[in-house]
Design a protein around this ligand. Structure first.
Ligand code: NQM
Length: 348
């Protein structure tokens, strides 16, 4: 399924081995990892298309289904549950209906999703006329051609869900490797930094940024150091925290962003990444203070990214590192692309 601006393989937990090592070995062979082209599997040769969701009925009375997100490497043989994915999340509600885990309503269906990677909750709501998921609609999201049916995602408990606090260093502004950063976790541990502090404009294309070895090395150095301050330990080889480079908005939004996730540069921005950017930029005194064009209360926070913009609805209460998140929501679309039997590559 496509979920937002990502694409992944969706599985019922009951169809996979219960043992995580056996499950991960199978998933690597299904997706064609390790191989830069993932030529012998379902993966699309980019981290954004090398994703898996594992879904099961939830034992939690607050949720209908459990969603475990797994990020697979492309050319490196790893499977990690250390990060969540809010784009693939958009496909979880429709998948739960398709597989009969949730009964669809006659017009719309709400699916409460426990996100096992972080323990936080999301409620997805989407059209199900006649009790069937309607993927069609008129919502365009940048990074995906055409339009599709809107899926609303409302989040609860995202603040600090991986790093323990919304501002995990205890401050909204820190200095790392000689430059100011803001470390924030509103569902995705994220380090915000200013493009000018890296000597770049901030609206470079993902390909230009990936080709700039000096910037990539500096960003990685800052990531490793900032992660320690965030209590994440040694993140060498880990896919969190994400690094988001900020500059002033170019097209009427709140900020321009370029996200290192963390090696490749995102062609748009993650959902939880964007919720974290908004929280970090809305708090007074963060690294975004002289860049952000903050929206009026009630208006969406418009995150500009390489292929357009992503509007999120984030509200904070309180100030400084004691601020709390009172609302986190976003609109996405998803699509069922293929339903069938996959034949994993045999073990070597
Ligand atoms: O932040 C990519 C994506 C993501 C994550 C990544 C995501 C999110 O866009 O919620 O969706 O940052 O690895 O798929």
């Amino acid at each position: 399924m496509r979920g937002g601006t990502s694409k992944g393989a969706m599985f019922l937990a009951s169809d996979l081995p219960a043992d995580p090592a056996a499950r991960d070995d199978l998933l690597l062979r299904i997706m064609g990892t390790p191989d830069p082209r993932q030529i012998d599997g379902l993966g699309g040769a980019h981290p954004l298309t090398s994703k898996v969701a594992v879904i099961s009925p939830s034992p939690d009375p607050d949720a209908d289904v459990d969603y475990l997100f797994l990020q697979l490497g492309v050319d490196e043989a790893f499977v990690t549950d250390r990060q969540n994915c809010g784009n693939i999340l958009a496909a979880v509600g429709p998948f739960a209906v398709e597989r009969g885990l949730v009964e669809a309503g006659p017009d719309r269906t709400r699916v409460r999703i426990r996100m096992l990677n972080t323990g936080s909750l999301a409620t997805a709501s989407f059209a199900t006329p006649g009790g069937e998921v309607d993927y069609d609609g008129d919502l365009a999201i940048d990074g995906v051609p055409g339009t599709a049916g809107a899926i609303t995602l409302d989040f609860e408990g995202t603040a600090g869900s991986t790093a323990g606090a919304l501002f995990p260093t205890g401050s909204v502004l820190d200095e790392v490797d000689g430059i100011e950063v803001t470390c924030v976790d509103n569902g995705m541990p994220t380090v915000l930094l200013r493009a000018t502090d890296l000597g770049i404009a901030g609206d470079e294309s993902p390909a230009e940024l990936e080709a700039d070895d000096a910037v990539a090395a500096r960003v990685e150095r800052i990531r490793i150091a900032a992660a320690r301050q965030m209590g994440l330990g040694d993140v060498t080889g880990a896919s969190i925290p994400k690094m988001v480079i900020l500059s002033a908005p170019r097209r009427g939004g709140a900020l321009t962003t370029r996200s290192f996730i963390p090696k490749r540069v995102h062609s748009s921005i993650g959902v939880l990444g964007a919720l974290s950017v908004a929280a970090g930029a809305l708090v007074e005194g963060s690294v975004a203070r002289d860049l952000v064009a903050a929206p009026s209360p009630g208006d969406p926070f418009v995150v500009e990214h390489p292929t357009g913009h992503f509007d999120v609805d984030v509200a904070l209460e309180g100030s400084g590192s004691g601020a709390t998140v009172t609302r986190s929501a976003a609109l996405r679309t998803a699509r069922l692309i293929f339903d069938g039997v996959v034949f994993p590559r045999p073990r070597p």
